[in-house]
Design a protein around this ligand. Sequence first.
Ligand SMILES: C/C(=C\Cc1cc(O)c2ccccc2c1O)CCC[C@H](C)CCC[C@H](C)CCCC(C)C
Ligand SMILES: C[S@@+](CC[C@H](N)C(=O)[O-])C[C@H]1O[C@@H](n2cnc3c(N)ncnc32)[C@H](O)[C@@H]1O
Length: 230
Amino acid sequence: MSDEIRNIFDRIAPIYDQLNDWLSLGQHRIWKEMTVKWSEAKAGDTCLDLCCGSGDLAFRLARRVGKSGQVYGVDFSPAQLEIAKERSQSQYQTPPITWVEADVLNLPFEDNKFDAATMGYGLRNVTDIQRSLKELHRVLKKGAKAAILDFHRPKNSTVRSFQQWYLDHLVVPIAEQMGLKEEYAYISPSLDRFPSGEKQVETALAVGFATATHYPIANDMMGVLVVTKI
Ligand SMILES: C/C(=C\Cc1cc(O)c2ccccc2c1O)CCC[C@H](C)CCC[C@H](C)CCCC(C)C
Ligand SMILES: C[S@@+](CC[C@H](N)C(=O)[O-])C[C@H]1O[C@@H](n2cnc3c(N)ncnc32)[C@H](O)[C@@H]1O
């Protein structure tokens, strides 16, 4: 299953950023900015962006930690990381980011290393959510926060129908024009499998986070799980 997911993101890497802009009408930038703010990353921090992909959240973290800080972006898709490295060469005024090709279920970092972390549209794509949250807990410093952004199925049936219509009649047909129908058709079943905000909170507390709060955004089509390690 991991190879299938890696292959999806390897294949969509060349068009991923552009499609995200088109398909979310640019709104994903706002959702990501909110996520970084909720992580409470600050100047001088050492931060981690899990499932960093092409680097959107890692770049935002780098701008917040500044030259005295450090950012590590982790992803297991070589093609996504290639895009991230290309983009970082053209990003001005941001400190160097360390790009690490690794599985977030088995992070190559010591315990208690990071002051803050983000994960954007990654938790829904890992094969073991509990293990991913356990690894995140392990590498965070005591008192550190992490903000985890992802889609989910809205509670309201009308919004849920709109979300499904949008996926079926806009997202997948546009992706099909790029020869990526199967890759984007993966989103809908991944949403069906993904736990609700309440269940995400339960799992986060079960793996040892002292606090866990889920904030619905985008009319409850997305959410940000904010966790703290004490
Ligand atoms: C940045 C966004 C999605 C990232 C993303 C996550 C995945 O798990 C994928 C899996 C497979 C292929 C691609 C992705 C992927 O790109 C959010 C913006 C892109 C969304 C595809 C757009 C869908 C937005 C909502 C369903 C509806 C928003 C409506 C609003 C009026 C903009
Ligand atoms: C939808 S993309 C999100 C990219 C980026 N965070 C963003 O917000 O645009 C999901 C990313 O998670 C990565 N991923 C999924 N499972 C992973 C795992 N177990 N270890 C590392 N990366 C993983 C994929 O390779 C992909 O780049």
